[in-house]
Design a protein around this ligand. Structure first.
Ligand SMILES: *[C@@H]1O[C@H](CO)[C@@H](O)[C@H](O)[C@H]1NC(C)=O
Ligand SMILES: *[C@@H]1O[C@H](CO)[C@@H](O)[C@H](O)[C@H]1NC(C)=O
Ligand SMILES: *[C@@H]1O[C@H](CO)[C@@H](O)[C@H](O)[C@H]1NC(C)=O
Length: 283
């Protein structure tokens, strides 16, 4: 039998799959505010920017920023996006890495102003692209999540941790401001967007594995159909032989069976003679 109809061979298949793999990586990078945690066979899904009742922009502050002040320190931040100031922009010096003098505050997602020598001095705390998330309470995903924005500066590493407490009754803006270490700030808001949606792992939603399985089946379909068409029309093959690589597929069950037997034999060791349950395994 000829092996002529070897239609989508391996390098071609990998080339076909490459854009798909790339798209998967890119989409997971940009979907920073869509996240899910798995715990006890349940999938907890947070979609922070999804519109919900009374909040068409989800967690995003409609003012363009959240603001909190304590002990002479003023802090502005936005979640899942950069800040926008239509009124009261921050007026502090050294705003270089957050928009500069004319657009101060608009170039980052978290900015703090501290009074130093009589002047308010700005420090960038983080960008939306450098946001990471963790559960407020690792044992209870329904309590909410913490968004941590960070900025690795030349002189100082800074960050802002915003705990988004799940609250189905409404929104409470930031009211307290804590300082941990030299430049790590922490605050808290209450918001319905901080509430997880539970997606059962067993029920609906195929997940990554199911999607992959469908893609693989699809390419198998293309391979058999394309191979058969090619062999029928170009090579003039008729009958059961139009199936590409028939010999290989026909021998597959036998190949698998002998590999399995060989594997079992390898793990059990030679099967002759009596063996105790605790005899060592030879590799
Ligand atoms: C989470 O929910 C959003 C919409 O509510 C959906 O687009 C997204 O695919 C869900 N994520 C997971 C992992 O199911
Ligand atoms: C900032 O953090 C990085 C590691 O995350 C560290 O290598 C670096 O020295 C830190 N920079 C300062 C100024 O502390
Ligand atoms: C403000 O002061 C309180 C108590 O003195 C302290 O716990 C808190 O961390 C301070 N906040 C900032 C931003 O310095």
């Amino acid at each position: 039998m000829t092996i002529g109809g070897n239609f989508p061979n391996r390098p071609q298949l990998i080339l076909l799959l490459l854009p798909l793999i790339f798209a998967t990586i890119v989409s997971s990078v940009y979907a920073t505010c869509q996240l899910s945690f798995e715990q006890n066979n349940k999938l907890y899904n947070y979609s922070l920017t999804n519109p919900i009742r009374n909040f068409p922009h989800g967690i995003l502050s409609e003012d363009g920023f959240y603001k909190v002040a304590a002990n002479g320190t003023v802090l502005w931040f936005q979640l899942c996006d950069a800040m926008i100031f239509n009124h009261d922009p921050p007026t502090c010096i050294e705003c270089g890495d957050c928009g500069g003098i004319s657009r101060c505050g608009m170039g980052c997602s978290a900015l703090v102003a501290n009074t130093v020598g009589g002047y308010p001095v700005c420090t960038t705390l983080g960008y939306s692209s450098s946001t990471s998330f963790e559960l407020i309470d690792k044992k209870d995903p329904l309590k909410g999540i913490t968004a941590k924005l960070s900025n690795r500066g030349p002189k100082l590493n800074c960050s802002l941790a915003v705990s988004i407490v799940c609250d189905t009754n409404g929104v409470q803006g930031p009211q307290t401001l804590g300082l941990v270490g030299t430049c790590d700030y922490a605050t808290q808001i209450h918001h319905p967007s901080g509430c997880a949606v539970i997606i059962s792992s067993h029920g609906d939603g195929m997940g990554w594995f199911g999607t992959m399985l469908i893609i693989i089946l699809f390419f198998f379909g293309v391979y058999f159909l394309g191979g058969a068409v090619y062999r029928y029309y170009s090579l003039g093959i008729r009958g059961i032989d139009i199936i590409p690589n028939l010999e290989f597929w026909a021998s597959l069950p036998h190949t698998l069976q002998s590999s399995f037997t060989a594997l079992v034999r390898r793990f059990r060791g030679p099967s002759h003679g009596h063996r105790s349950t605790y005899s060592p395994v030879n590799f």
